[in-house]
Design a protein around this ligand. Structure first.
Ligand SMILES: Nc1ncnc2c1ncn2[C@@H]1O[C@H](COP(=O)(O)OP(=O)(O)OP(=O)(O)O)[C@@H](O)[C@H]1O
Ligand SMILES: [Mg+2]
Length: 163
């Protein structure tokens, strides 16, 4: 399974990578976003959603836990599970109802809910690197692999890599 990393990326390079990933996600799937507070998970999600055509302002789901969007017939669920105390707390979100349909899931802090959230096709790992960030894309399913390959094929893969 593909596993690619980008080093020393600034905010605009991060947004560009998200925009390059977006076209592959038009049919839905599951993206987990991991990394410390402020690592850039919501920044990445916001750029991705904009590129998918979401025109609404993308709010961080820090307090609501979930923000839902619909774009070109694709339902999109953006979650931030930082504040939940355990997997049991996501029961009320009724995720199983959503899971019946084809959806795109963007899940920040998925580890807080363990297996109460859909398993990832792709994990976006973000980390602080001084005032920049590192980004690693880890595909876990054949669908996730296709997305990473599409991103790599979409242009230069050397954006912002530490040289
Ligand atoms: N290279 C970069 N990529 C992303 N964000 C950056 C970068 N450099 C600086 N920033 C800033 O870091 C912050 C990232 O915040 P963001 O809300 O995206 O983080 P997060 O990972 O979603 O945090 P949380 O766990 O609190 O939800 C923003 O204020 C953004 O402007
Ligand atoms: Mg966030």
């Amino acid at each position: 399974m593909p596993d690619v990393s980008f080093g020393a990326i600034d905010e605009s390079a991060l947004a560009e990578l998200a925009r390059r990933l977006a076209p592959a996600l038009h049919d839905g799937g599951v993206v987990h976003l991991t990394g410390a507070l402020g690592a850039g998970k919501t920044t990445f999600a916001r750029a991705l959603l904009g590129a998918l055509g979401v025109r609404a302002r993308v709010k961080s789901p820090t307090y609501s836990l979930i923000e839902s969007y619909e774009c070109d017939g694709l339902g999109i669920q953006h979650l931030d599970l930082y504040r939940i105390a355990g997997a049991g707390e996501v029961e009320w979100l009724g995720l199983r109802d959503y899971a019946a349909e084809r959806q795109l899931w963007l899940i920040e802090w998925p580890e807080r809910a363990r297996d109460a959230v859909p398993p990832a096709d792709l994990v976006v790992h973000l980390a602080h690197a001084g005032d920049r960030r590192t980004l690693r894309l880890e595909a876990l399913t054949p669908a996730g692999s296709l997305w990473v390959k599409a991103l790599e094929a979409s242009g230069r893969t050397q954006i912002g890599t530490a040289g």
